[in-house]
Design a protein around this ligand. Sequence first.
Ligand SMILES: [Fe+2]
Length: 193
Amino acid sequence: MNQARFTRFAESTHADWAIIDAHFQRYQNDVARRVLEHLRRLEGDTHGYPVDRYTHSLQTATRALDAGADEETVVCALLHDIGDDLAPANHAEIAAAILAPYVDPLNVWMIRHHELFQGYHYRAFYGLDPQAREAYRDHPAYARTVRFCDEWDQRAFDPDYPTRPLEDFVPMVERLFARTPFGETLTVKAPDA
Ligand SMILES: [Fe+2]
């Protein structure tokens, strides 16, 4: 039962895929724990910012939660920078991809574009257009992305802010990743199905 026997997919059998599927379901069910483990990797180096990315992430989520944002939005806030260590040049894509199977497409768009929208507050320092986000003014996720950046993300660098601990958000993360990815369960079917 433990491992498939093929050496190439072309030779695989239904029994092989039933084994793999059982493993995958367990792996899928453990994704929240692994996401939180990765979030903790942002702890430590501040990269010159007033707080490290871990504190920034917790503080962004704290601000969203305390402002009355819904749970999905709070989890998006918590995880929006989780790709920072692996993809510092395009980190938003990582968080967007991790969240995409579980959240509203408008929230995926918000996370994917938060770098550009956040740039409203610093792009000028790099000689870039701070108003670049205005190109998306008519997008249905424009308002929520502006709010996310202006009210929570760009303000979440305060070492003295009463930032909530990760424990406050763990149940929310677990509930979100317990949702059915993309709303559809993919399982191996019986041979005669
Ligand atoms: Fe951020």
